[in-house]
Design a protein around this ligand. Sequence first.
Ligand SMILES: C[S@@+](CC[C@H](N)C(=O)[O-])C[C@H]1O[C@@H](n2cnc3c(N)ncnc32)[C@H](O)[C@@H]1O
Length: 267
Amino acid sequence: MNDFKSPAWDANLYLKFADSRMRPALDLMGRLDPANAVRPGHAIYDLGCGAGNISRVLAERFPQAPVIGIDSSEDMLAKARSQSADPRISFSKGDLTRFEPTLPPSILYSNAAYQWVEGHIDYFPGLLKLLPSGGQLAIQMPRNHEAPSHALMRTAAEAGRWRDKIAKVKGIRTVHDPARYFDALKPLCSDLEIWETIYQQTLTGKDPVAQYTAGTGLRPYMQVLDEGERAGFYDAYCKLLAEAYPTRPDGITLFPFRRLFIVARRA
Ligand SMILES: C[S@@+](CC[C@H](N)C(=O)[O-])C[C@H]1O[C@@H](n2cnc3c(N)ncnc32)[C@H](O)[C@@H]1O
């Protein structure tokens, strides 16, 4: 069903914007109900845990339970392991399309990962079914693919000699309309909350939006190009971004970013 081949992740590049990426992760966590959240012998999973920043916050928020981070990137897992000494937190290599919990889960949490999985919505009912009655599924995905930050990647991709190489690249998958997730999950839930937030991110420095996307959505494009093409493509993308996201006189670039949140409780 899934033909995902994980491109190499660079943990340090991704963590450059750790603060603004952490905010939605905490907003998602804030909607989890802490009352009787984890059954004895059960665990909390952080699916697509990356460098484990959020796994550590989950462990603080739910001190009674083991937290298991799952990710397919060796680079991210190495960073995660190097940053955590808490024996309650562990990290395992795994593919979200074939997720099988080793301990029964009471909470399945995922921040900014499933947008990389083709057909991700088809996996969500299966995740809910792994939970006991009252167990919670919490998922956040960026839904910014129609914004200039992402649309202009495709414009720049089509505007140069790199066009054919980039045409074959599969980037971030479309994150659907909220109603589609509601329809897919509602029959299995006692409570279901879905919402969107547009964060007004404040960036500074040279080509700040490209610097931001370089750690995520831009990666698959850059990875297929040789050095010269990469510089040309990146330059074309930055020029388009400068018009779409002008730098203000105070040096700040506002970068609005839409994200979709799902918090579901198993019936
Ligand atoms: C944007 S990062 C988010 C990391 C972390 N959740 C956070 O919020 O900081 C996306 C992560 O999803 C992981 N990922 C993407 N597709 C995956 C898959 N099919 N299986 C496992 N991990 C995957 C990547 O390796 C990457 O670490």
